[in-house]
Design a protein around this ligand. Structure first.
Ligand SMILES: CC(C)(COP(=O)(O)OP(=O)(O)OC[C@H]1O[C@@H](n2cnc3c(N)ncnc32)[C@H](O)[C@@H]1OP(=O)(O)O)[C@@H](O)C(=O)NCCC(=O)NCCS
Length: 142
């Protein structure tokens, strides 16, 4: 029997369960930007725009979506390996895009490592267009 997938708004009370998911999916990158304090700040600045997917009480995917008043941004989309290719990533992105649209954003950006072939195929499939006219610049503030 097909188990029901629920997509829920990600609130800070869900942090521990979502953090476990991130540890599994992004084992090399759970730095301070994933700390409870940072995620609480992010969710409070972007209420109702981030989501997690749940099957039988188990968190199997999540996405952070935020906006700055002009543009929407997607971060940390991930689905547990054994649950991939079941449309869960797309369901999460549909909800995030809807929330960003409702917040008044008319465009959304995201960042993908150059060698992340699977994510690039996924984003192409759901309507994102790769940009070749931009390079990303970063600077540590602390
Ligand atoms: C990228 C990711 C979130 C996709 O999640 P998912 O739930 O497997 O994606 P979906 O099932 O919704 O895929 C929708 C469509 O995208 C395309 N797609 C998804 N993954 C793909 C892959 N690995 N290769 C080729 N196409 C893919 C397919 O067309 C798919 O439809 P189909 O299965 O009917 O062919 C998942 O692979 C993941 O968590 N990867 C590791 C974390 C990561 O890299 N996150 C992105 C950070 S930028």
């Amino acid at each position: 029997m097909c188990k029901e997938i629920r997509i829920n708004v990600f609130e800070i009370k869900d942090y521990d369960n979502v953090y476990k998911l991130w540890e599994e999916i992004f084992p090399d990158s759970t730095d301070s930007s994933y700390s409870k304090e940072q995620i609480e700040l992010f969710l409070s600045r972007n209420p109702g725009a981030s989501f997690f997917a749940e099957i039988d009480g188990k968190v199997v995917g999540a996405v952070l979506a935020g906006y700055d008043g002009r543009r929407g941004y997607i971060h940390h989309l991930g689905v547990l390996e054994s649950y991939r290719r079941k449309n869960i990533g797309k369901m999460l992105m549909d909800k995030a895009e809807e929330a960003l649209r409702n917040a008044g954003m008319n465009k959304v950006h995201l960042f993908v490592f150059k060698d992340n072939i699977n994510a690039k195929a996924f984003y192409n499939n759901i309507g994102f267009k790769q940009r070749y006219d931009l390079d990303m610049f970063s600077k540590a503030l602390k």
